[in-house]
Design a protein around this ligand. Structure first.
Ligand code: NAP
Length: 282
């Protein structure tokens, strides 16, 4: 059997960021105000510090201003909520990114809900989840949004197809399934309590792996010709799908790295410019 075609997230993300940079420049020229993303980081977890720095660097290259808010690890939920509420009311800030996970003492949901929906460019609030689930205008979770863009780019129409999403986290699996449902796929969610995962996977036209377990899904678990989206990112640059065996069986597949990963920041930047355009009325 022939090998699967690769879905190149690096190239698509680059095109999205280029277009976003052009839109940001035009918006800045028209309004005299550059789009601005506030990044909020609690504590100094090295991975989170790196992620925030990466996002701010990408903002800069796309002509998006960023405002860095770094709070000490001992910040309370009330203090964090206060910071997010004031950013939500600040007209100079168009988008808010709260880096997570945060320290275990923080009520993450209370913090997310302090972000105004019109500035929720990372798609973490209940309001964003609801609009996304119903296919209404609003901001989507960035990684699932990136997955849908990849499907569109490669001509995969989810309508009427069987999609199996493995993983149900609030930021990834659950919204990915909702976006597929909004596009008329027949969606099944699998998770750690699912029985006979392989049997479920073998029915799938589209597989989204969002687990965080290296190479859990093997090529023999796939329906021949399936579209395989591997959102997993495990130590050693390894996905949740066993790439070599899946390549022999799938029709389309995302590599790790270079598949879903680069799409997340691209969607974040794009949504920040969308938010700024709406708030500036331009
Ligand atoms: P998470 O919150 O830990 O959720 C993992 C999900 O996988 C849970 O729903 C869990 O089920 C399920 N699961 C765990 N073991 C399983 C098993 N053996 N069989 C079936 N399901 C299983 O993780 P996450 O934040 O969604 O991230 C998942 C992966 O995506 C990670 O590798 C992460 O690094 C990656 N990721 C990538 C990006 C990107 O930009 N590319 C963004 C976010 C995350 P239960 O609900 O039953 O516990």
């Amino acid at each position: 059997m022939s090998q699967a075609r690769l879905m190149d997230g690096t190239a698509l993300a680059r095109r999205i960021v280029e277009r976003t940079a052009q839109r940001a420049a035009a918006l800045t020229e028209r309004t005299g105000t550059a789009p601005c993303l506030a990044t909020v980081l609690v504590g100094e977890d090295p991975a989170s510090v790196t992620y925030v720095r990466m996002k701010r660097n990408r903002c800069r290259t796309a002509g998006i201003a960023s405002r860095q808010v770094a709070l000490p690890a001992a910040t309370t939920t009330e203090e964090l909520v206060g910071t997010l509420r004031s950013l939500s009311q600040d007209p100079a800030v168009h988008g808010i990114l709260l880096q997570h996970p945060m320290g275990g003492h923080i009520d993450e949901r209370a913090a997310f809900e302090a972000i105004a929906p019109e500035k929720d460019v990372d798609g973490v609030t209940f309001a964003s989840f609801a609009t996304m689930s119903f296919g209404l205008p609003g901001f989507v979770s960035c990684t699932p949004g990136g997955i849908m863009r990849l499907l569109d780019e490669y001509g995969v129409d989810p309508a009427g197809r069987r999609a199996v999403v493995v993983g149900r986290s609030a930021i990834l699996g659950r919204p990915a399934g909702m976006l597929l449902l909004a596009r008329d796929a027949t969606v099944t969610y699998c998770h750690s309590r699912t029985r006979e995962l392989s049997a479920v996977l073998r029915e799938a036209d589209i597989v989204v792996a969002a687990i965080g377990r290296p190479r859990l899904i093997h090529g023999r678990d796939l329906k021949p010709g399936a579209v395989v989206i591997d959102a997993g990112y495990n130590p050693g640059n390894v996905g949740d799908v066993d790439f070599d065996s899946a390549l022999e069986r799938a029709g389309l597949i995302t590599p790790v790295p270079g598949g879903v990963g680069p799409m997340t920041i691209a969607v974040l930047l794009e949504q920040t410019v969308d938010a700024a355009a709406r708030q500036l009325g331009a």
